[in-house]
Design a protein around this ligand. Sequence first.
Ligand code: CAA
Length: 388
Amino acid sequence: MKIGIDKLGFYAPHLYVDMNDLAKERGIDPGKFTVGLGQDEMAVPPVTQDPVSLAANAAEQILDDEDKEKIDLVIFGTESGVDHSKSAAVYIHQLLGLNPRARSVELKQACYGATAGIQMAKGHIALHPDKKVLVLASDIARYGLNTPGESTQGAGAVAILVSASPRLLDLESESTYYTEDIMDFWRPVYSTTAYVDGKYSNEQYIAFFQKVWKDYQEQTGRSLEDFAAIAFHLPYTKMGWKALRTVIEDAPEEVQERLKNNYQISTKYNRNVGNIYTGSLYLSLISLLENQDELKEGDTIGLYSYGSGAVGEFFSGKLQPDYKKHLQTAEHQAMFANRKCISVAAYEKVFEESLPTDGSEKQLNIDEDPAKICLAGVKDHIRSYAAK
Ligand code: CAA
């Protein structure tokens, strides 16, 4: 029985900052951001987008009426959810008009939440092969203005439809995972920005990769030669390469070239969006599938997920026949083409905008946000959304 990814949607807010502009404004050599970190542009969420609306916009792209009827589990992975009690999945359920006979829940483990969601979705589909699961990965990455993490911010969401008839990627049952209680990146409940031990987080990302990759090799007998490409969680696009290069020398030159080339392609969208935490790995997968024409049916794709704190997982999937026809390539390219570059001053203004937290009312102007689904305001501590 196959279980895997049937559809992939992606949404990023319509505003972005050019990393060259940000570097100049911060008195930093632009090469540090564009080469050292590998980031060209950073998505900026207007106040009319939050993790709920971003995810709704990503999912809206891919779901047809049959999907909406068959989805009986919605799993929302996020590090930047909008409520400590009510799950973001319930809002989405209502906004998209899904069949109410469903379970809806939010999962948290930093950037790893959606991967846990996908693995749980596989179990659910194994028991109920006629159903579908919607896994959402949506986040706004915030470290703060003028902080070392600022250049690795971003915003966006990926929607992943898991089913027993996957048209994109058949997820294999083998996967290896590892948990250890460390403090490399975290966000206490009272803080709107993340705390991070930057260098340590880089080291741990690599150490976790090495552990789960070693376990995966032992469990499956596979080596790098068996992979057409490996997609990585990308807090910034240089990060995955720092991990891959520690193991790539074991492979023949031709395999090294292939993995290196496909790695570059898998970073294309992320370079222009920044970190979207839970969605970053899946944005990288979308980037690979939509921008690489040489992959073919049956090719094995590896995926490395890392959520600070920390949990790492390595898993894999096989590309399905005609998968290219079932991607949203044109929609995603149009979305990138229609984004608007804003100045650093404008980004700083947007960054400081917030909703009232005292229960007072604020209605937002959604006319300038081209998204189909927007956050429209708040009143009595209740957020309201509008679908255009
Ligand atoms: N031209 C080219 N390259 C340059 C350069 C220039 N002019 N100036 C500097 N560089 C290079 C540096 O040599 C360095 O390269 P290496 O890492 O290959 O050595 C790179 O640019 C970055 O420079 P620094 O290490 O000096 O940068 P920094 O101290 O400002 O911090 C950071 C970088 C630690 C990533 C910081 O942005 C940060 O804390 N970000 C948030 C945490 C993060 O993203 N961690 C990643 C792993 S954790 C994770 O994956 C979970 C998650 O999503 C958060």
